[in-house]
Design a protein around this ligand. Structure first.
Ligand SMILES: NC(=O)c1ccc[n+]([C@@H]2O[C@H](COP(=O)([O-])OP(=O)(O)OC[C@H]3O[C@@H](n4cnc5c(N)ncnc54)[C@H](OP(=O)(O)O)[C@@H]3O)[C@@H](O)[C@H]2O)c1
Length: 291
């Protein structure tokens, strides 16, 4: 039933005696909502920042005022992106790094702190999902690589940076997972398992590094990045017909969620795993445009 309009819904207005005096009841208005998303003076480290979702995130963070450390395996690609971001007025450096190798991660962290003295936002975005013909074709090497890049590396980098954030001015860690973590299919079993592990790492590290460091994950559905080069577009079209938004995502459409999680806009959000999939999680056979 609707609330009658003259019913007082604010207990403080009628019964101050019930309000403990030391309870924070700050309801100040937000004067400048854009300031919530401002990253000026902050430093963001983005792995896999040279292409796809990571590039879109790096550009969005730079546009919000952050200085950026761009990491991927290829030094020239990192330098190219860093140069692009620097032209827009930010400070940005590239650092070649294989995120599956812990010695590379030590070097990445040293490079970032030597250049900027701090990291306020870490985005564990680099990931791989190699194709295989059958499950029996999954080699030990492939399995280990998938786990190293999607799970082992993000865990290690988060602990290295999270400890420093925690001892310093705090920060935000964002893990780029996948909806495959919660809806695995036969073609991505090792990848899905690694991303499910990354979700668990997200929740565990949110507990470990709170209250000064927030740790969250984004679970993207299908996005048209270089990963999509191997996809059968007819199959994708058929699949996305049942999504609420009837299509796959574009890389820049991840940026808003990443910016939310990086910034003060999400100051009370940690240990959360946010799905960004165009409504794919609710799609049903025969739903959407397939009706
Ligand atoms: N696109 C999708 O549909 C989708 C869906 C769900 C989740 N995701 C996740 O989103 C993240 C980004 O995916 P994307 O689609 O943007 O991929 P992408 O276009 O293939 O870009 C991958 C990025 O990661 C870097 N990278 C790959 N292996 C690396 C390694 N071992 N060490 C360091 N950097 C490495 C690549 O640069 P180098 O080649 O120079 O190393 C590149 O910058 C991944 O974690 C992926 O699992 C994507």
């Amino acid at each position: 039933m609707h609330e009658p309009t003259d019913t007082p819904t604010d207990a403080r207005a009628t019964d101050d005696a019930h309000e403990p005096t030391d309870t924070p009841t700050d309801t100040r208005a937000i004067d400048d909502a854009r300031a919530l998303f401002d990253l000026s003076g902050r430093v963001a480290l983005v792995t896999g920042g040279t292409r796809g979702l990571g590039l879109a995130i790096s550009r969005a963070f730079a546009s919000a005022g952050a200085d950026i450390v761009v990491a991927s395996r290829k030094a020239d690609a990192c330098d190219r992106v860093a140069e692009e971001l620097s032209r827009a007025g930010n400070r940005a450096i590239g650092c070649a790094c294989h995120v599956g190798r812990w010695s590379d991660l030590d070097r990445l962290v040293e490079t970032a702190y030597a250049a900027f003295g701090r990291v306020d936002v870490l985005v564990n975005n680099a990931g791989v999902s190699p194709v295989y013909a059958t499950l029996a074709d999954v080699t030990e090497e492939l399995f280990d690589k998938v786990v190293a890049v999607n799970l082992k590396g993000p865990f290690r980098l988060s602990t290295l940076v999270g400890e420093r954030m925690s001892a310093g001015e705090g920060g935000s860690i964002i893990n780029v997972s996948s909806t495959g973590a919660v809806r695995p299919t036969s073609d991505i079993v090792p990848y899905a398992a690694a991303k499910a592990g990354l979700n668990a790492v997200t929740v565990g590290l949110a507990d470990a590094f709170g209250p000064r460091v927030r740790v969250n994950a984004i679970m993207p559905g299908p996005f048209l990045t270089t990963i999509a080069r191997n996809w059968d577009m007819d199959v994708l079209a058929e699949r996305t017909r049942t999504f609420a938004l009837r299509r796959a995502g574009l890389a820049q459409e991840i940026a808003g969620t990443a910016l939310y999680l990086a910034s003060d806009a999400s100051s009370y959000t940690t240990g959360s795993i946010i799905t960004v999939d165009g409504g794919a999680q609710w799609s049903m056979p025969g739903g959407g445009d397939a009706r």
